[in-house]
Design a protein around this ligand. Structure first.
Ligand SMILES: C[S@@+](CC[C@H](N)C(=O)[O-])C[C@H]1O[C@@H](n2cnc3c(N)ncnc32)[C@H](O)[C@@H]1O
Length: 199
């Protein structure tokens, strides 16, 4: 059985590199493996706090790029090349604000959104589903045609429906895991490419 080790090698590596969270290594692995960040990329990072993904994305986008993070919570250290919006992605005005800050359509939208868990399975699942549905809708509003999306998912009853929704909007959809996920974690990542704007 997998054991939970709070200060595992990814935690220690994040501390040593001055990264705000071990989650950074998950997106680093996914974008490197899938070559998702062209130089000068415009990126929106949903659920960005405390800023691990943001740090990796801002570095990958290089000096000519722009990364806009959105979270209910503020990030303490926002990397150069990134800005953050403190807000709820369920608020429909946030997508327009993010697009405005980006200064053009996005090459990539990432989502590490996770609800605060209540321990009530049905409620937590419904909240996770609402967040992933909103993230997809958000992506459809800000991505350029051909753009890509990476989103965290948990294996659950509605997994197939969520994947079908990604397939409605993207030409290529793949589900992957990362080495940096905690042992025994049910988290999965959708990598969707070839965004198609639907009429
Ligand atoms: C796992 S954490 C993200 C970690 C981050 N990717 C990093 O690397 O540091 C999930 C985040 O989702 C955010 N979140 C949950 N519901 C949200 C909502 N409705 N709107 C905006 N952010 C939300 C939480 O505040 C939390 O910071």
């Amino acid at each position: 059985m997998a054991t939970y080790e709070p200060h595992d090698k990814f935690y220690r590596k994040a501390r040593a590199m001055g990264l705000p969270s071990r989650a950074a290594f998950k997106i680093e692995e996914i974008i490197a493996r899938n070559r998702l960040v062209p130089s000068g990329a415009k990126i929106v990072d949903l659920g960005c706090a405390p800023g691990g993904w943001l740090a990796i994305l801002a570095r990958a986008a290089t000096a000519g790029g722009r990364v806009v993070g959105v979270d209910l919570a503020a990030c303490r250290n926002v990397p150069a090349g990134a800005i953050t919006i403190v807000g709820d992605i369920l608020d429909e005005s946030i997508a327009a604000r993010a697009a405005n800050e980006l200064g053009g359509a996005a090459d990539l939208v990432t989502s590490d959104l996770a609800p605060k868990l209540t321990g009530i399975a049905a409620r937590d699942q419904a909240r996770s589903r609402e967040l992933i549905d909103t993230a997809i809708k958000f992506g459809c509003q800000v991505l350029k045609p051909g753009g890509a999306m990476v989103a965290k998912l948990f294996m659950g009853a509605e997994f197939k429906e969520v994947i079908a929704e990604f397939k409605r909007h993207f030409g290529e959809v793949e589900v992957t895991r990362t080495k940096a996920s905690r042992p025994g974690s049910s988290e999965l990542y959708v990598v969707a490419r070839g965004f198609q704007r639907r009429a």
